[in-house]
Design a protein around this ligand. Sequence first.
Ligand code: NAD
Length: 302
Amino acid sequence: MIEKLAIVGVGLIGGSFAMALRKAGMVREIVGVGRSAGNLQEALRCGAIDRIASGAASAVQDAELVMLAVPVGQMAAVMQQIAPHLAAHTVVTDAGSTKGDVVALARQYLPQHLALFVPGHPIAGAEKSGVGAADAGLFHGRQAVLTPLPETVSEATDRVRDAWLACGARVAEMSPEEHDRIFAAVSHLPHLLAFALVDEIASRSNGKELFGYAAGGFRDFTRIAGSSPEMWRDICLANRDALLQELDTYQSQLERLHALLEQGDGAALERVFDRASQARNAWASQNDLTTETQRHRENSKT
Ligand code: NAD
């Protein structure tokens, strides 16, 4: 049982974490803090939090667990605000989508608290922001990655692992560097590509006409281009080196496809598509995407 949980940034992820822990009966009091009064009122109304704190400093006072769920570009400011107010027993974790930068910031701003700092990243989300999109079941059956520091004590990691398990997530551990390499390839690059394609088509003089004919393929490829621009700006900048490498690799693949098209080499194109189709179908059948698909259907109705 967590006596007091403080959520700094009660949005999609912070709100869902709070709701899931409450549903699991794991927490007695949840205090929230954020940038938008309207969003915090909504968090109170929907029961994600019990109380709105006047600031991050007062929110974390005497908390057993603090979840930092702000965009990664806000982590430095938030860590500076909470550092002098953390009790000796308070475990701090985060949900940021990049880990190398968050770990470096923790070393800079929370040097006295590294033993109780457990960096994390739930591999679940949506293109919607704010507590209005939060869902107690968001993490069910999904992974949560933890990247504990050499300084982190095992009791702190266990506490955060238990919280994610109570949310229904599976927990994996890796280094921040490995995390950032992996997610540059399978998350950050796809988001960049989706934003790029939609922006390019929207900026054409006949963009409206093109959107008028866009259907399922366009919707599936570009769903994530509806995500928070602030959050994705921060992620791309924070993981810039790994993302640039992935972009170079992808550009080489595009050049290969460009050459095959120019040469009219249908057999080679089909071989590429065949490998990709088999890999995609195998991945989809290993990862039960039913829940995700249902959630997207529900989201698109609202
Ligand atoms: P969100 O926009 O829904 O929520 C972020 C909240 O933080 C907002 O309510 C905002 O008001 C608040 N906030 C921003 N700056 C603040 C500050 N300085 N002090 C206090 N509150 C502040 O975003 P989200 O999708 O919940 O993302 C939160 C974190 O989780 C990000 O670091 C993101 O990288 C990570 N994450 C997101 C997803 C996803 O799919 N959305 C998935 C995994 C991890």
